[in-house]
Design a binder for this molecule. Structure first.
Ligand SMILES: *Cc1c(COP(=O)(O)O)cnc(C)c1O
Length: 233
């Protein structure tokens, strides 16, 4: 196992320094430690080091590791679902009891999750995922699609939205992500004016290679995997 506690400390330090440079309070930035592909023991090590927000991109993997009542509970763990949810996996996503779903990327899954949540008397906290660079292979609403869908999205009784998420095009140079983060923040600011009744406070941007740039551009949530848990096989 990699030195998870030490890696976490280093990442937290880098977050604090990036926040300081941006004139921001580090306490306004939530670190989500992404354990996808790694065993449950990695999350246990993170929890032991005081890291309670844990992210997974696939509902069935999340359920097997953290949601299955057949396993001993991991007290304090706050699960974030950060990947595309297939319609047929909506029920299992709900069964994971996520504190936040970052990846509402189309109207169909929004309706389905809302229906299922409502049937259980629940309301899910969510972000809308935006394909900000318009990549053909990437999930997410285009800004135009999101605009058109928002009246319905914001009226869904089983969802409560809190802001936006994006994954910029992959590039080894983190500076290349900056204009995409800026575009997402601009979109958020505009939508917040158009729909002041909704909460737009959260911007889930920034991963291992670009989280410092994301913090400079207003990230309130960073999703970090490999810098904490090492490379994925
Ligand atoms: C895997 C994943 C991350 C973490 O990626 P790293 O580069 O390992 O930090 C963040 N966000 C999403 C949506 C992911 O799937």
């Amino acid at each position: 196992m990699p030195p998870i506690a030490a890696n976490l400390e280093r990442v937290r330090e880098r977050i604090a320094r990036a926040a300081e440079r941006a004139g921001r309070d580090p306490a306004t930035i939530t670190l989500v430690a992404v354990t996808k592909t790694h065993p449950r023991a990695y999350a246990e090590a993170a929890l032991a080091a005081g890291q309670y927000d844990i992210g997974e991109n696939r509902p069935e993997e999340a359920f097997a590791k953290y949601g299955d009542p057949a396993q001993p509970p991991l007290p304090g763990l706050r699960l974030h679902l950060i990947g595309t949810i297939q319609s047929r996996k909506a029920a299992i996503a709900l069964a994971c009891q996520p504190v936040l779903i970052h990846s509402i990327d189309r109207l169909k899954i929004a309706r389905k999750l809302s229906d299922l949540a409502q049937a259980q008397g629940r309301c899910l906290d969510v972000l809308f995922e935006v394909n900000i660079a318009g990549e053909a292979t990437k999930a997410g609403f285009s800004p135009d699609e999101l605009r058109q869908a928002l009246p319905e999205l914001l009226a869904l009784p089983g969802l409560r939205s809190h802001g936006l998420m994006t994954i910029p095009p992959w590039d080894p140079d983190p500076e290349k992500a900056r204009p995409h983060f800026q575009a997402l923040r601009c979109l958020r600011d505009t939508l917040a004016q158009e729909y002041p009744q909704a909460d737009w406070s959260q911007l889930s941007i920034g991963m291992s290679d670009d989280f410092e740039v994301a913090i400079a551009e207003g990230a309130t949530i960073v999703r970090i995997g490999s810098a904490i848990f090492g490379p994925r096989s």
